[in-house]
Ligand binder design. Structure first.
Ligand code: CO
Length: 137
Protein backbone atom coordinates (compact mmCIF):
# COMPACT_ATOMS: atom_id res chain seq x y z
CA UNK A 1 0.00 0.00 0.00
CA UNK A 2 1.36 3.43 -0.84
CA UNK A 3 1.77 6.06 1.83
CA UNK A 4 -1.45 7.48 3.18
CA UNK A 5 -0.15 10.28 5.39
CA UNK A 6 2.04 12.97 3.91
CA UNK A 7 3.57 16.12 5.32
CA UNK A 8 3.39 17.11 8.95
CA UNK A 9 0.94 20.01 8.59
CA UNK A 10 1.24 21.30 12.17
CA UNK A 11 1.92 20.54 15.78
CA UNK A 12 -0.67 22.08 18.12
CA UNK A 13 0.41 23.11 21.61
CA UNK A 14 -2.17 24.06 24.22
CA UNK A 15 -1.03 27.01 26.31
CA UNK A 16 -2.51 28.77 29.33
CA UNK A 17 -1.38 32.26 28.20
CA UNK A 18 -1.43 32.83 24.45
CA UNK A 19 0.37 36.18 24.50
CA UNK A 20 3.14 34.81 26.71
CA UNK A 21 3.55 31.74 24.51
CA UNK A 22 3.64 33.87 21.35
CA UNK A 23 6.29 36.10 22.90
CA UNK A 24 8.35 33.06 23.89
CA UNK A 25 8.35 31.70 20.33
CA UNK A 26 9.03 35.14 18.84
CA UNK A 27 11.62 36.47 21.28
CA UNK A 28 13.36 33.39 22.72
CA UNK A 29 13.14 31.05 19.74
CA UNK A 30 13.26 33.75 17.08
CA UNK A 31 10.32 32.33 15.13
CA UNK A 32 7.92 34.06 12.75
CA UNK A 33 4.80 34.46 14.86
CA UNK A 34 1.44 35.68 13.56
CA UNK A 35 -1.24 37.64 15.40
CA UNK A 36 -3.73 35.97 17.75
CA UNK A 37 -6.80 34.75 15.87
CA UNK A 38 -10.14 33.91 17.51
CA UNK A 39 -11.72 30.76 16.11
CA UNK A 40 -15.03 30.63 18.00
CA UNK A 41 -16.34 27.72 15.90
CA UNK A 42 -13.44 25.65 17.23
CA UNK A 43 -13.44 27.01 20.79
CA UNK A 44 -9.87 28.27 20.58
CA UNK A 45 -7.74 31.32 20.04
CA UNK A 46 -4.73 30.50 17.89
CA UNK A 47 -1.32 31.93 17.13
CA UNK A 48 0.35 30.43 14.06
CA UNK A 49 4.12 30.00 14.23
CA UNK A 50 5.51 29.62 10.71
CA UNK A 51 8.53 27.35 10.39
CA UNK A 52 10.35 26.54 7.16
CA UNK A 53 8.97 22.99 7.04
CA UNK A 54 5.75 23.07 9.08
CA UNK A 55 3.71 25.15 11.53
CA UNK A 56 3.24 25.23 15.25
CA UNK A 57 -0.19 26.30 16.43
CA UNK A 58 -0.42 27.74 19.92
CA UNK A 59 -3.96 27.12 21.22
CA UNK A 60 -5.74 28.65 24.16
CA UNK A 61 -9.37 28.10 25.21
CA UNK A 62 -12.09 30.40 23.89
CA UNK A 63 -15.63 30.27 25.25
CA UNK A 64 -17.56 27.38 26.77
CA UNK A 65 -16.79 23.76 25.91
CA UNK A 66 -13.37 24.50 24.48
CA UNK A 67 -11.62 21.30 23.37
CA UNK A 68 -8.43 22.46 25.09
CA UNK A 69 -9.91 23.49 28.47
CA UNK A 70 -9.90 19.99 29.98
CA UNK A 71 -6.43 19.36 28.56
CA UNK A 72 -5.09 22.47 30.31
CA UNK A 73 -6.72 21.36 33.57
CA UNK A 74 -4.66 18.17 33.35
CA UNK A 75 -1.58 20.00 32.01
CA UNK A 76 -1.61 23.45 33.58
CA UNK A 77 1.75 24.46 32.08
CA UNK A 78 0.50 23.51 28.60
CA UNK A 79 1.63 20.67 26.38
CA UNK A 80 1.45 19.09 22.95
CA UNK A 81 -2.26 18.70 22.20
CA UNK A 82 -2.23 17.08 18.76
CA UNK A 83 -0.24 16.62 15.59
CA UNK A 84 -1.70 16.96 12.12
CA UNK A 85 -0.75 14.88 9.10
CA UNK A 86 -1.84 15.68 5.58
CA UNK A 87 -3.80 13.18 3.50
CA UNK A 88 -4.91 13.41 -0.10
CA UNK A 89 -8.34 11.76 0.40
CA UNK A 90 -9.80 12.00 3.87
CA UNK A 91 -12.77 9.70 3.20
CA UNK A 92 -10.47 6.97 1.90
CA UNK A 93 -8.18 7.49 4.90
CA UNK A 94 -11.13 7.23 7.29
CA UNK A 95 -12.41 4.05 5.65
CA UNK A 96 -8.99 2.43 5.78
CA UNK A 97 -8.52 3.34 9.44
CA UNK A 98 -11.97 2.17 10.49
CA UNK A 99 -11.42 -1.12 8.64
CA UNK A 100 -8.26 -1.55 10.74
CA UNK A 101 -10.12 -0.93 13.99
CA UNK A 102 -9.15 2.69 14.66
CA UNK A 103 -11.70 4.95 16.28
CA UNK A 104 -12.60 8.32 14.77
CA UNK A 105 -13.65 10.99 17.29
CA UNK A 106 -17.14 12.46 17.02
CA UNK A 107 -19.58 11.08 14.46
CA UNK A 108 -16.84 9.83 12.16
CA UNK A 109 -17.57 12.37 9.45
CA UNK A 110 -14.94 14.92 8.35
CA UNK A 111 -15.50 18.46 9.66
CA UNK A 112 -14.18 21.71 8.25
CA UNK A 113 -11.14 22.45 10.38
CA UNK A 114 -9.28 25.55 11.45
CA UNK A 115 -7.77 26.01 7.97
CA UNK A 116 -11.05 25.63 6.07
CA UNK A 117 -10.24 22.09 4.96
CA UNK A 118 -11.80 18.74 5.95
CA UNK A 119 -10.32 17.17 9.07
CA UNK A 120 -10.79 14.14 11.31
CA UNK A 121 -9.37 13.30 14.72
CA UNK A 122 -8.24 9.79 15.66
CA UNK A 123 -8.61 8.38 19.15
CA UNK A 124 -5.32 8.82 21.05
CA UNK A 125 -5.64 5.39 22.67
CA UNK A 126 -5.30 3.87 19.21
CA UNK A 127 -2.16 5.89 18.37
CA UNK A 128 0.35 5.67 21.20
CA UNK A 129 -1.33 8.28 23.34
CA UNK A 130 -1.19 10.93 20.62
CA UNK A 131 -4.22 12.79 19.35
CA UNK A 132 -3.85 12.75 15.57
CA UNK A 133 -5.60 15.12 13.21
CA UNK A 134 -5.82 14.25 9.52
CA UNK A 135 -6.30 17.15 7.13
CA UNK A 136 -7.18 16.79 3.48
CA UNK A 137 -5.00 19.06 1.38
CO1 CO B 1 -4.93 21.10 14.36
Amino acid sequence: MHAMIGRLNHVAIAVPDLAAAAALYRDSLGARVGPPLAQPDHGVSVVFVELPNTKVELLSPLGENSPVAAFLERNPAGGIHHICYEVADIAAARDRLVARGARILGDGEPKIGAHGKPVLFLHPKDFNGTLIELEQV
